[in-house]
Write a protein that binds this ligand. Structure first.
Ligand SMILES: *Cc1c(COP(=O)(O)O)cnc(C)c1O
Length: 390
């Protein structure tokens, strides 16, 4: 049987015609301030390795030592025989780090979101999502069969009205804590008050806050001083600021016991390699100890915003490592990305359908691995592009 009647050709052609056909660009370097592509070295301003830990010698050492000792594959799902001492230790350390009673590891953030949402709500229940939520939260909500509504971005009044108009018994509010394409924070204190008043449960996805925000790096929840009662479901990923791989959910012991028994993407998948857990444990220690990484990142953000705004570019209202430069037009975003590449900077253009039509942008990310001179070089390149009106 061939796939002719599946219309792949038509759909691909359509993507080509829209100039939205996407391909991976292969690189040959570890995550760091630089990236090597086809023999050329670029300064990398697209990585989510916000603290520069993905290639840290101690994290690598922990990974190698554990691989030597514990092997590579975990061999089975957690509930079968895949749950290694390294996973157990990491779950306990993550819970302590987040000041929550318990935590559960997932193999990816995407699976964590699908798993949690589908375990908690279904037909007859209701989910409420910020319209700029990450695709995995949206997909989780849609696949659950619960009534699905999206509220205006960070608009607590709109959420309040939608919650009030809904008489479902179980209401689940879902939000990115740091929005992945805009870099702004969810207004957690207001969301918490609204959810408490409307008897809705709040789940936050802190993929871009964990490790980076809060005094100890425990994320957006710590930044706003929220407890487990305020934010009963805290989810974060390990592949971004933590520099390794995987994700976790932290909350009450009861929530975690429940998810371990009912979250299908937890139950029916192979556990992460134990060495990933060992590397993550080391990374957590560095996040706690090396506060200079968060400080360096903050300093970069200040310099970048101040100077790029002064050049007349439009940046979005973000104080985080995600500093989108709003362009609007898709083709212009591609053009600018290429012009920066020609100058030796790797900056990805983000276009529909990832962001709304007319909101194409350069998603610039700053990291603790950058030197001040690297950030200054990007600022200077942007100034030249501005002057020459590329
Ligand atoms: C990256 C990301 C995810 C997915 O996490 P993975 O571990 O990469 O699957 C989920 N939510 C948000 C907000 C993200 O940015």
């Amino acid at each position: 049987m061939s796939l002719t009647h599946f219309n792949l050709t038509t759909k691909l052609l359509e993507r080509h015609q829209q100039q939205r056909f996407r391909q991976c660009k292969t690189h040959d370097s570890p995550q760091s301030a630089t990236l090597i592509h086809q023999g050329q070295t670029y300064l990398n301003f697209s990585s989510n390795d916000y603290l520069g830990l993905a290639n840290h010698p101690l994290v690598k050492k922990a990974f190698i030592q554990s691989a030597e000792q514990d092997g590579v594959g975990s061999g089975a799902a957690h509930l079968v025989c895949g749950h290694h001492r390294q996973h157990q230790a990491l779950e306990e350390e993550l819970a302590a780090f987040c000041q929550r009673p318990a935590a559960l590891l997932f193999s990816t953030g995407y699976m964590a979101n699908l798993g949690v949402i589908n375990a908690l709500v279904g037909r007859g229940d209701a989910v409420f999502e910020d319209r700029l939520n990450h695709a995995s939260l949206l997909d989780g909500g849609l696949s659950s069969g619960a009534r699905f509504s999206r509220y205006q971005h960070n608009d607590v009044d709109d959420l309040q009205q939608k919650l009030q108009a809904n008489d479902s018994l179980k209401k689940l509010v879902l939000t990115d804590a740091v929005f992945s394409m805009d870099g702004d924070l969810a207004p957690l204190p207001q969301l918490i008050a609204c959810c408490q008043q409307q008897q809705a449960a709040l789940m936050i996805d802190d993929a871009h806050g964990f490790g980076v925000l809060g005094n100890t790096g425990a994320g957006t929840s710590e930044h706003f001083g929220c407890t487990v009662d305020d934010v009963p479901i805290y989810m974060a990923t390990l592949g971004k600021a933590v520099g390794t791989f995987g994700a976790f959910v932290a909350g009450s012991q009861e929530l975690i016991d429940y998810l371990r028994n009912f979250a299908r993407p937890y139950i029916y998948t192979t556990a992460l390699p134990p060495a990933i857990a060992a590397a993550t444990r080391q990374s957590l220690r560095l996040i706690a100890q090396e506060t200079w990484r968060r400080e360096q990142l903050q300093a970069h953000i200040q310099i970048f915003r101040q100077q790029v705004l002064a050049q007349g570019w439009s940046l979005m209202a973000s104080d985080t490592a995600i500093q989108p430069l709003l362009v609007g037009d898709e083709q212009r975003a591609l053009q600018l990305s290429q012009a920066l590449a020609d100058k030796g900077f790797w900056v990805t253009a983000i276009r529909p359908p990832t962001v709304p039509v007319g909101e194409s942008r350069l998603r610039i990310t700053l990291t603790a691995a950058h030197k001040t001179a690297d950030v200054q070089a990007l600022i200077n390149a942007l100034a030249e592009l501005r002057t020459n009106d590329v």
